[in-house]
Design a protein around this ligand. Structure first.
Ligand code: ADP
Ligand code: MG
Length: 597
């Protein structure tokens, strides 16, 4: 018996769906792109349970005829290309004719649509690729597509969906990617009956403001400089941060011919333009819109991929770099900031987000005293086998008895010295240990904070006046998730309004003035890493708190403080790198020193 046969359509569609529709966000992207391709100027998005139970897109586009409406759900049915050559001159968002077929293979779909020239529209109901009902109906011009119970017939996929908060965040990310390039289209986004966005028609800058403006006291876009370069090869428009407005929570977006894209190489061009102007972990926000002839980019990309290849990347890199440099230069903002205080040693300075470009020194938190620390036991000693625990060879999982034994051998260490207000030089029997003071303290604080999170024992200090932090919709969602943990480490924080939280107390080790900034920093580090398991986001919280409270560079330390820091560091389980992988210390061994001199 022959055993090779063609797959039934609904099976083939379900397999294809796995590629195109991975989560509610990819479904939203396809539906909204179809609406835009249909020339809609008003698009409403209605979501329930982060898209699990309902995802509806209503547009006022050109609609479909009865026959087209039925055809649209077939695989490779598209009105957008008909010849292979068309692929290379593509200006529409969709073209593969796969999206609707894929969606209806894994959901219950209901569509109503009408063209202007038709008296009545048509209503279709499709359930797992099967047409259930088709009837004439009265409806407005345009198309409404309801996707219900996504993955109801693919339990494995359903199981792979993350928490509602994460899926909502994914939906909003996709939403931002689209609405930022279509400021002349009105969008609303409703989640569980709550209007999260109602974006009026405007220009690009107004659109950026209406999305990101909320979370800042100053106008977000007043911190942006215009960019405008036209060459034969490419036109580059958009906005970049003023150098003094750069920070840790930058919004970074590239678009090409109306499509969001990721481009690590072009990202580097932008960072290069700011080289030397920003403290270490600061970066600029940017919204860059490339316009280029479609022949010069590879359009036949996978529908879910956002990386795009350009024919002449190096030249565009140079044009972009020059263009951003020029934009920054025009505002002659460059010379006003001089971060380099002591020549060869790099001294990062933090600009407070509230001041207009005046670099301020971070306020100095003092070293927290560990009540369990016994100075008579540990002072002037280093763990016996610390040189084995040494960088790049972090000890695996030492048992607690091994840990205790570290203290029991008195290996003399010398007097610590501070160098460049940045390093601690610690003579040991093995050689000279060079310790980065800020990173060392991050390691110590991080462990302590994780402990507080586990035991819910953070100590809070009352703020004189409550601080209010305004949040965007996706920030609100994350805030809900991590609220208990923020309280566990000492934040007194409660919801203040629909879009804000009030902070009335902060962890004891945190300078009061930093409350809002640190809460924001924590939120963003959780968002950026996409942490959606409690343990993961607790690690992010601990890390961003530790970064904000650790001894800064530039702080002069007393001998006692240095000894305390060294002993605590070297008695930790792993200390060669910070939790995010930065090197904490290095050893200049005795033999290395002898070889040199
Ligand atoms: P593609 O967008 O790649 O052509 P889709 O499966 O997404 O494929 O859509 C199939 C066809 O259905 C489109 O080519 C278009 O003609 C029609 N269509 C889909 N959505 C809409 C809409 N909102 N308004 C008008 N026509 C639409
Ligand atoms: Mg499409």
């Amino acid at each position: 018996m022959d055993i090779v046969h063609l797959l039934p359509d609904h099976v083939a569609n379900q397999i294809a769906a796995g590629e195109v529709i991975q989560r509610p966000a990819s479904c939203l992207k396809e539906l909204v792109e179809n609406s835009l391709d249909a020339g809609a100027t008003n698009i409403q998005i209605i979501v329930r349970d982060a898209g699990r139970t309902l995802l509806q897109v209503i547009d006022n586009g050109k609609g479909m005829s009865q026959t087209d409406a039925r055809m649209a759900f077939e695989r490779h049915a598209t009105s957008k290309i008909s010849r292979v050559e068309d692929l290379f001159s593509l200006r529409t968002m969709g073209f593969r004719g796969e999206a609707l077929a894929s969606i209806c293979a894994v959901a219950q779909v209901e569509m109503t649509t009408r063209r202007e020239e038709d008296e009545v529209g048509v209503r279709l109901e499709i359930d797992g690729s099967k047409l259930i009902e088709q009837e004439a109906c009265a409806c407005p011009v345009g198309t409404s597509l309801k996707v219900k119970n996504l993955f109801y017939n693919v339990p494995v996929r359903r199981k792979f969906l993350k928490t509602d908060q994460t899926e909502l965040r994914n939906l909003l990310t996709e939403f931002y990617h689209i609405v930022l390039v279509y400021p002349r289209v009105q969008f609303t986004f409703v989640h569980n009956d709550e209007i999260l966005f109602d974006l009026p028609i405007g220009n690009e800058k107004q659109r950026i403001e209406s999305i990101f403006g909320k979370s800042n006291t100053r106008q977000f876009t007043s911190n942006l400089i215009d960019l405008n370069t036209d060459t034969e090869l490419v036109s580059i428009r958009g906005f970049v941060s003023k150098p003094e407005a750069c920070g840790k929570n930058a919004q970074q977006y590239f678009f090409v011919n109306g499509r969001f894209m990721r481009h690590p190489y072009f990202h580097k061009a932008i960072l290069n333009a700011y080289a030397g102007m920003l403290p270490n972990d600061y970066s600029p926000s940017y919204f860059i819109y490339f316009d280029i002839t479609p022949e010069a980019i590879d359009v036949n990309i996978h529908p879910t991929k956002t990386e795009i290849k350009f024919a002449d990347e190096q030249t565009i890199f140079q044009i972009l770099l020059a263009s951003v440099r020029e934009a920054i230069g025009k505002f002659s903002l460059v010379p006003t900031i001089d971060f380099d205080r002591s020549g060869a040693i790099e001294m990062p300075v933090r600009t407070s987000p509230n001041t207009q470009g005046t670099p301020t020194r971070p306020s100095l938190p003092h070293i927290q005293v560990d009540p369990n620390y016994n100075p008579f036991h540990a002072k002037q000693t280093a763990p016996k086998n610390w040189n084995q625990l040494y960088p790049d060879r972090p000890i695996s999982d030492e048992s607690s008895t091994a840990q205790a034994s570290l203290y029991e051998h008195d290996i003399p260490i010398g007097t610590p010295y501070q160098y460049a207000e940045r390093y601690i030089l610690l003579p040991t029997t093995e050689g000279l240990l060079i310790i980065n003071q800020h990173r060392a303290h991050i390691c110590i604080e991080y462990e302590a904070l994780l402990q507080q999170l586990r035991e819910q024992k953070g100590v809070s200090q009352q703020l004189l006046f409550q601080e209010v932090v305004e949040l965007t919709a996706d920030e609100m969602a994350v805030m809900e998730t991590i609220l208990q943990d923020l309280r566990a480490i000492g934040f007194a924080i409660d919801q203040f309004s629909k879009t804000s939280y009030g902070i009335s107390g902060v962890p004891a080790q945190l300078p009061q003035s930093d409350a809002v900034m640190v809460v924001r920093d924590i939120l963003h580090s959780v968002i950026e890493t996409g942490a959606d398991a409690a343990q993961k986001w607790q690690e992010q919280i601990a890390l961003s708190m530790a970064r904000n409270t650790a001894i800064p560079y530039g702080k002069v330390l007393t001998k006692d403080e240095m000894q305390d820091l060294c002993t605590r560091l070297l008695s930790m389980k792993t200390y060669s790198r910070t939790p995010d992988g930065k090197r904490v210390l290095t050893l200049l061994s005795n033999s290395e020193i002898e070889n040199r001199i």
